[in-house]
Design a protein around this ligand. Sequence first.
Ligand code: TMP
Length: 236
Amino acid sequence: MNKVQQLYEGKAKKVFSTEDPNLCIVSYKDDATAFNGQKKGTILGKGAINNRLTNYFMQLLESKGIPTHFVEEINDTDAVVKKVEIVPLEVIIRNISAGSFAARYGVEEGIVFDQPTIEFSYKCDELNDPLLNTYHALALKLATPEEIATIEKMAFGVNDVLKEFWASVGVTLVDFKLEFGRLPDGTIILADEISPDTARLWDSKTGEKLDKDRFRRDLGGVEDAYQEVLRRVLGK
Ligand code: TMP
């Protein structure tokens, strides 16, 4: 499988077409941004770590019956994925208060919820990814009611699988963001990435942050945290 043409460059990944119209190649970058690109930097080795981690989790989720875009890993930073039309929603699941939830509702970080929450943002950099509810998503025709129901069910299913997995390697899954895509026949599948860029991961014993918050908040030890996450997963 070869890269034919670059279709898209995002903040952390590039997407290329291939000889097969149904497949793309995703290439993970070391570039890191935060606050909608206002803060920029590099996390050495991140591209390879996020590629490896995402591919691991996509395969784990497939084995648990959740359809994903993953096809195969082709080198350190690149993977072949099914071509989808991305549903322009960022789907965020939270098990514990943190980040924008804590800020928005004026609560401390670390409150364990009785049940997970789900929220949607409109995936639109120009508007700063505004929060929206199901009615707004329908009004904007971002997805159909059936698609939103499927996405919610799959997102909670992903949470069940990932929470249990992370707990087994001594990591608490605080929250994470997912994106979904449509295959040509309309089937909804999990797309994008699952990595310390898109999840909050706290060491279960020490509470140490092992994710991109180290970069967002200038906590230092960013590369070490990504390496540690990879070690935990590969040690499994
Ligand atoms: P938040 O607390 O800033 O809303 O973030 C919730 C989760 O979503 C957190 O795990 C980080 C992830 N996230 C992304 O993957 N991309 C984004 O652009 C943002 C804002 C958050």
